[in-house]
Design a protein around this ligand. Structure first.
Ligand code: ATP
Ligand code: MG
Length: 565
């Protein structure tokens, strides 16, 4: 599909979506609280993006688009420990691939370090922040409980001058990690422990992936996030539900530096998907322990994994649209995601024939050296896609599962004496079964009816079944990777037995077979997609070469269930 079309479609999608966030925004525009809408997607560059992030991306960029506003891509890179440029690159690639554009609005929280430092200085001057010399453990111990107030730090009432001096020494590297910290001066009896003089800055003598050794103090998430939103003029800061409890702190900090008409934080439910795990930390474990083959393993719910698996940006945006935005956490069935890709691919991918579990068929009354080319429809859903020529000859590969020596009742495919249609070619009747010494069927023999050329007869004689086939002499041999869900249970993180999630990895999540497909050499380029008739949707893998063609199954044709929406 061309770029333009993608663009129009997502605009259309955006217009149609309605949810509680849209309602808030509409209210803000009506009341004059806001004149334009600015959102942001703020990933921490400590791993690859997953389908949960895709939900957030579609929401943030979608909302901005709907209101003619803008959406920033901001790297929330305030924690030097786990961050890396490999991730900032992959994140940008993934957001673009999903079909979104941040224009000139690419930002890094680390670029605000100086501004953030100045905000902290301002707070110290106004008496809303202080340098605390307690250890991390002591701070934790003094924080109190949900029901009991905490204990005030003995350093809480240091003079402004002393605080300024200490904070500047912290910045200049005169203390070791953990020796001092900057804390907000709020209330040690606050009902929320998050507001009991929370830590704003800590000392960490560690290089930053973009700033090198410029800093040895780093702001905490709550401090950096809200101020970054404010610096960029974000109007609606959309985040997942786990930040709901942080909202009072978010607002308190904006008040502390007197930001007017500052950003509003709104929380929505995070996406959970069945039979997989979603957190970057868990995905990282799978990658690091080689339980999957890299971040873009087609079994992973990462955007790069889904892409390699053959998912399209359209199908993922459609999925995000269907699941909508809610206020309560829930688990979405992976079958819905599969439904979205099936529906998309069904519309436009070419149909081809391929055999994954091959059995040789010899058409005994067909001339040894003859080859005929039959016209086959490229897509019955789209006649304008036209037809292609498929070579037919005496020896064919058919699917082993389309043959039974002893047929069950109502069997519509090949069995002794039965006639079937070879799609677009001829009717054939099974005459002989050839076995090896172990009794395994190695070949079947048939005769064809020359009157049934093209797959039909003048007298419209009916056959009970139609099967697919590939000419042995013309077939391309391919490696086909078949996938099943990565885990054997719906929620590997929440099971009755007290097991590690990795113990639920499905040993059959990947199986590899050698198949034969129509000679499509020109089409075997990575990301090319097909439907192999009766088998499912497939995509050429990035590892595929002309010498060794590798194809992934995106999804089978059969639905795990029929989604309601
Ligand atoms: P993870 O727990 O997977 O590491 P995270 O929340 O730490 O995710 P961030 O890089 O901080 O990852 O997330 C960037 C944005 O994506 C945040 O606004 C976050 O709320 C959102 N997000 C992350 N996971 C999901 C999810 N499963 N569903 C919806 N939004 C998500
Ligand atoms: Mg995180």
């Amino acid at each position: 599909m061309d770029e333009k079309k993608i663009d129009e479609k997502s605009e259309e999608e955006a217009k149609n979506s309605s949810n509680f966030i849209i309602d808030i925004i509409d209210g803000d525009l009506e009341s004059g609280k806001r004149e334009s809408i600015v959102t942001r997607f703020p990933p921490e560059p400590n791993g690859y993006l997953h389908i949960g992030h895709a939900k957030s991306i579609c929401l943030n960029f979608g909302v901005a688009k709907q209101y003619g506003g803008r959406c920033h891509l901001r790297f929330d890179d305030t924690n030097p420990e786990k961050e890396d440029t490999e991730y900032t690159n992959s994140i940008q690639e993934d957001v673009k691939w999903l079909g979104f554009d941040w224009g000139d609005n690419l930002y890094y929280a680390s670029d605000y370090f100086e501004k953030l430092y100045q905000f902290a200085v301002q707070m110290i001057k106004e008496g809303t922040a202080f340098v605390c010399s307690l250890s991390g453990d002591e701070v934790k111990k003094n924080r109190g409980t949900a029901t009991g107030a905490g204990v005030e730090s003995p350093y809480r009432n240091r003079s402004v001058e002393e605080n300024l001096e200490l904070f500047s020494k912290m910045r200049n590297g005169e203390f070791k990690d953990g020796e001092q910290m900057l804390r907000a001066k709020i209330d040690m009896a606050h009902p929320s422990v998050l507001l009991r003089d929370p830590v704003l800055y800590r000392i960490k003598h560690m290089d930053h992936h973009r700033k090198g050794s410029e800093w040895c103090i780093y702001p905490m998430y709550d401090f950096a996030h809200g101020f970054s939103d404010a610096i960029e003029g974000i109007t609606h800061s959309l985040c997942t539900l786990e930040f709901e409890a942080h909202r009072p702190l978010y607002n308190w900090l904006l008040d502390a530096i007197h930001i007017e008409k500052g950003p509003q934080q709104i929380e929505f439910a995070r996406l959970n998907l069945s039979y997989t795990v979603m957190s970057k930390r868990k995905l990282m474990q799978l990658v690091d322990e080689n339980l999957v083959n890299g971040w873009d393993d087609p079994r992973l719910p990462t955007i790069s994994g889904l892409r390699r698996r053959g998912y399209t940006p359209e199908s993922i945006r459609d999925f995000a649209d269907r699941i909508g935005v809610a206020k309560r956490d829930s688990m979405v069935d992976i079958a819905l995601l599969e439904h979205c890709i099936r529906e998309d691919l069904n519309r436009w991918v070419p149909r081809r024939m391929g055999v994954l579990n091959p059995l040789k068929m010899v058409v005994t009354n067909y001339n040894d050296s003859e080859v005929e080319y039959f016209d086959a429809m490229n897509n019955p859903e789209k006649e304008s896609d036209g037809t292609r020529k498929v070579p037919f000859s005496k020896e064919l590969w058919i699917e082993r599962d389309d043959f039974r020596e002893v047929a069950p009742r109502k069997w519509r495919r090949l069995a002794p004496g039965k006639e079937v249609r070879l799609r677009s070619a001829y009717y054939v009747t099974l005459t002989d079964i050839i076995k090896d010494e172990t009794g395994e069927v190695v070949e079947i023999h048939c005769t064809y009816d020359p009157e049934s050329k093209g797959g039909w007869t003048e007298d419209e004689r009916k056959v009970r079944g139609t099967i697919h086939w590939v000419s042995v002499a013309h077939a391309a041999e391919v490696e086909v990777r078949l996938y099943e869900p990565l885990f054997t249970v719906e929620n590997p993180l929440n099971t009755e037995e007290d097991k590690d999630f990795k113990e639920y990895i499905n040993p059959e999540s990947l199986s590899v077979v050698q198949g034969f497909v129509e000679p499509l050499i020109a089409e075997f380029k990575p990301e090319q997609r097909f439907q192999f008739e009766r088998l499912g949707y497939f995509v050429v893998d990035k590892e595929s070469t002309p010498e060794k063609i590798v194809i992934n199954r995106v999804v089978s044709l059969k639905e795990r269930f029929k989604p309601k929406n």
